[in-house]
Write a protein that binds this ligand. Structure first.
Ligand SMILES: Nc1ncnc2c1ncn2[C@@H]1O[C@H](COP(=O)(O)OP(=O)(O)OP(=O)(O)O)[C@@H](O)[C@H]1O
Ligand SMILES: [Mg+2]
Length: 229
């Protein structure tokens, strides 16, 4: 279970990105997070991944209060997560294969396991042909799929994806959410931020909408007259 309890985030003393967010995400849920640009979606994810600290409030992940994780233990916490960044954060001069393999290398995986698993996830995101290309030679959509492969490779219990289809055409976007959906069916919790409402509508999952840092709509708490998307 992931729980945000009255989470406030203020950047630079006066830029209020989250205004008391309360949200419970049960294990194994697929959650879409939607909302206008600047509404606080990435901030919410960054607080969950400990890239940012909240200003006030608490976040619990499987019973652990994230405020109590010391800095030196953050890398270990992150190993339980698969993170797809809105701005990719790949190593541009390294190959596709090495970018994904690196994530397994840091957790001490066996070289043989790395080889088969990296090939497998690159195949899932349809990038096996590009495995030896440098990331700097790829299109935006291809980079995004490398980021997704890296997030999947260690089989995390929670996947946190910030606009994983932002640079990808509609057909492949559908394939990517479908892939995440299949991973979700095996028990992985998925939190996906997207602007793409038509994509959200193709899947029957929980949707929460942020508006100016406030949770405005939640399909899990709908009255009969409301509709989120
Ligand atoms: N590092 C930062 N320093 C200062 N202000 C920030 C920082 N990151 C985000 N903000 C501000 O916080 C607010 C929410 O930003 P956030 O990135 O969470 O929005 P978002 O919903 O992800 O938007 P988008 O859809 O454009 O990605 C915005 O007003 C933004 O300017
Ligand atoms: Mg964002």
């Amino acid at each position: 279970m992931i729980e945000f309890r009255n989470v406030v985030k203020v950047y630079n003393k006066n830029n209020r990105a989250l205004e008391g967010l309360n949200l419970k995400i049960p294990d194994g849920q697929f959650l879409f997070v939607v909302g206008a640009s600047g509404s606080g979606k990435s901030t919410m994810l960054k607080i969950l991944t400990k890239e940012e600290d909240c200003t006030t409030g608490k976040i619990y992940v499987n019973g652990v209060n994230l405020n109590n994780i010391p800095k030196r233990k953050i890398p270990y916490y992150r190993r339980s997560l698969g993170i797809v960044f809105q701005d990719f954060r790949l190593i541009e001069k390294m190959t596709v294969y090495d970018n994904v393999a690196f994530a397994m290398h840091v957790i001490g995986a066996h070289p043989r396991e790395i080889e088969s698993r990296v090939d497998y996830v690159l195949n899932l995101v349809d990038l096996r042909r590009k495995s030896r290309s440098k990331v700097c030679e790829l299109s935006g959509g291809e980079k995004q799929r490398v980021g997704l492969a890296r997030a999947l490779v260690n089989n995390p219990g929670i996947i946190i994806a910030d606009e994983p289809t932002g640079n990808i055409d509609p057909e492949m976007s559908y394939d990517i959410v479908n892939l995440l959906s299949n991973i979700n069916k095996c028990g992985t919790t998925i939190i996906m931020v997207t602007h793409d409402i038509s994509l959200v509508k193709m899947f029957n999952y929980r949707v929460v909408e942020l508006s100016n840092g406030v949770l405005r709509n939640d399909t899990d708490n709908l009255t009969h007259t409301e509709e989120v998307v």
